[in-house]
Design a binder for this molecule. Structure first.
Ligand SMILES: C[S@@+](CC[C@H](N)C(=O)[O-])C[C@H]1O[C@@H](n2cnc3c(N)ncnc32)[C@H](O)[C@@H]1O
Length: 240
């Protein structure tokens, strides 16, 4: 019902379970000397150690761990870490210049609850223990609009299986897009997945950002159309 209201009609793509490699660029403009130094120093200090115990990688004041995949230049990640001091924020981003921009922000405003993976978000998710995340963000992921490229999209059924495993019961999954074809693609998969329920009662829930959801850099600078904001909850019980 809500899906039809949002999409104004049915849509009929199917889940794609093909494994894929990471697409998208890692290298961009040359880093400045300062940025290159920060990679050697601050990134080495804050690097997420994939596969190691999650809580042991944060200060012991951290009570919950959240993950943002594709943080861009890190504005949203820094906002969340600043506003939620008892949360450990892991950010994954393969784009070197994006990581460099986050490092510059963290040099100006140190936050010891942020950890960075310069690479594919799937590396982290696949290695996390069950029920270890309190929240997951995928904000304006690369849209891959051509049908033959849809398998490159981050949000696949197999990824939702993994997220259902690593998210705690009751944990939130947040997704945003301005892409007209990624929206039905994501919604169909999220709504078909037994572990997730949509936290929407009406259009204002997907047309406006939640109170503790600041705009991202993409949203303020590069947006192509009206954005949609989705909040899903990891169900506490799964029907057999
Ligand atoms: C359109 S940008 C949006 C960036 C940011 N979320 C924002 O809204 O400003 C998508 C980002 O996702 C990153 N990305 C793509 N595939 C990824 C993956 N498998 N893991 C982590 N990040 C990824 C890209 O490098 C890019 O920075």
């Amino acid at each position: 019902m809500l899906f039809k209201a949002l999409m104004n009609g049915p849509n009929s793509t199917h889940p794609d379970r093909n494994r894929r490699k990471l697409y998208g660029r890692r290298k961009g403009p040359k880093l400045s000397g300062r940025q290159a130094d920060l990679r050697q120093t601050l990134l080495a200090e804050l690097a997420w150690r994939v596969g190691e115990d999650p809580f042991s990688q944060f200060p012991n004041t951290v009570q919950e761990i959240w993950l943002e995949v594709g943080f861009g230049a890190g504005e949203h990640l820094v906002w969340q870490a600043t506003h939620h001091p008892h949360v450990g924020l892991i950010g994954a981003e393969p784009y070197e210049m994006g990581v460099a921009k986050l490092l510059t922000k963290l040099e100006e405003t140190p936050l010891n609850t942020v950890r960075i993976h310069e690479g594919d978000g799937r590396d982290i998710i696949e290695a996390l223990p069950d029920s270890s995340l309190g929240r997951f963000f995928l904000l304006f992921p690369d849209p891959w609009p051509k049908t033959r490229h849809h398998k490159r999209r981050f949000l696949q059924m197999e990824m939702l299986d993994q997220l259902a495993r690593v998210l705690k019961p009751g944990a939130e999954l947040r997704f945003a897009t301005d892409d007209k074809s990624y929206l039905p693609y994501a919604l169909e998969r999220l709504m078909a997945h037994p572990a997730f329920e949509w936290l929407a009662e009406g259009p204002s829930d997907w047309k406006t950002r939640h109170l503790d959801w600041p705009p991202t850099r993409y949203e303020t600078k590069a947006i192509k159309g009206p954005p949609t904001f989705l909040r899903f909850r990891r169900r506490t019980r799964l029907s057999s």
